[in-house]
Write a protein that binds this ligand. Sequence first.
Ligand SMILES: Cc1cc2nc3c(=O)[nH]c(=O)nc-3n(C[C@H](O)[C@H](O)[C@H](O)COP(=O)(O)O)c2cc1C
Length: 246
Amino acid sequence: MAISSIDPLLLLGMMRSRRSSRTGFLEGRPVTDEQLTMLLEAARAAPSGGNAQPWEFIVIRDTEMRNRIADLYKHQLRDKLELEKTIRGTTSVSGVGWRNAPVQIVVLGDPRTSLCFPLRTAEDKAESHFFTGLANATLQIMLMAESMGLSTQYVSDSASPYFSLMLKHLLGIPKELRVYHIIPVGYTEVAATPKSRRPLEAMVHHERYDPAKQRSEDYLARFAEEDSIQAKNYNRGGERIVQPET
Ligand SMILES: Cc1cc2nc3c(=O)[nH]c(=O)nc-3n(C[C@H](O)[C@H](O)[C@H](O)COP(=O)(O)O)c2cc1C
């Protein structure tokens, strides 16, 4: 039996109000140690395959280090931007608005924790279990932050080869570990723009799969262009990254 007595509508409301804040972080408004402990306790409570708990966290408050990481992020975007510009003709991607967040939490994973899985699971699903555990911990941090009025964002480029290697070097992360996401945390000036979600009836099937609801290629292409982060008016915000002149 579940023992929680939290109002489910309140919880749902909080889940709906969480959003990725890419700009407006107030560097001068600190996140307290008590708040940080709550965020990390929330991560610690996350479920993971085999209870392997693949996660570890580096909490970075130091301004110089945070800026070095933000600069690295900006630098590693250059070839990504070139790809976008050459192939899709767009010149902007998510910026570094999170630079001012007073705390960065670097989420790390240790793939060696697959030892905790039954042998067949380790063979079949070690990787997906690994990432699911890290994703759960990440989201728990974000939801706990939301409950305290703190904003967060996903910085998933930290898992890209160049960026993650540089982060490992900068932060002394052992080679066996993998860098997953960076989560900037802080108060923001204004709430980020809410992002739409597809209607429930479009994604839920009852008793068996309803082929009438399967998304067509055309639908998916239009969705990507109009409703996803590829959409021109999607809030990219923050310190905009533009293709450097060559
Ligand atoms: C696995 C994952 C990776 C993401 N990576 C990034 C990222 O690198 N940069 C970014 O700005 N947003 C990133 N996001 C945030 C999504 O773009 C965002 O969740 C989505 O647009 C919905 O907006 P919302 O979070 O405000 O509801 C990521 C989200 C997930 C779940």
